[in-house]
Design a protein around this ligand. Structure first.
Ligand SMILES: [Zn+2]
Ligand SMILES: [Zn+2]
Length: 178
């Protein structure tokens, strides 16, 4: 999306609002079923021009522990300073990509900027629930699903029961007897 900041740069207005969509970025192991919804504004406060964007992006990912599907809407807010090339020092121009948005012929192309910001800030992993117990190391089923019976089998295994009894007796020997 190319935004025409002409009216603001010419001082005709001090605020312009935007609403548009941008193609979603590519992030490994994450699916974006829709494009990025962007809303924002650029304001001029006494010559200081500020650009703010709020993005909304539905996603589908996998729980890092149990691999269950995790769905949600990712939101992010970020800002940039709008500066004209002739007003920046050489040093500022070197950092320009991160700090400033520089209009060309009064226009800025923000798609790449928005995608880069999302890629940089997007969480590296998701959990289906904050305390997801993960997968059973024996059978590989999700421990939260109730499908894994490994633990209960252990409990009724007679050999295990005998061993548990021995351990219990053994631990009693340490007590002082009168
Ligand atoms: Zn999980
Ligand atoms: Zn199991």
């Amino acid at each position: 999306m190319e935004l025409d900041l002409g009216p603001l740069l010419r001082g005709e207005v001090t605020r312009m609002d935007f609403s548009f969509s941008v193609e979603a970025p590519e992030i490994p192991d994450v699916v974006f079923p829709e494009s990025v919804s962007v809303s924002g504004e650029v304001t001029d406060q006494g010559g200081y021009k500020r650009l703010r964007f709020g993005v909304e992006l539905p996603y589908r990912a996998q729980c890092a522990r149990c691999l269950a599907d995790v769905e949600g809407v990712y939101t992010l807010d970020f800002e940039r300073t709008v500066a004209l090339r002739q007003n920046l020092t050489e040093e500022q121009l070197e950092d320009a990509e991160l700090e400033y948005v520089i209009p060309e012929n009064g226009k800025i192309d923000v798609d790449g900027e928005i995608r880069d910001e999302i890629v940089m800030c997007f969480p590296g992993r998701f959990l289906c629930t904050p305390d997801c117990p993960g997968l059973c190391p024996k059978c590989g089923k999700p421990l939260s699903s109730g499908l894994c019976t490994c633990a209960s089998q252990d409990r009724i295994d007679p050999r295990m029961a005998v061993l548990a009894q021995l351990l219990e007796d053994d631990s009693g020997n340490g007590e002082t007897k009168q």
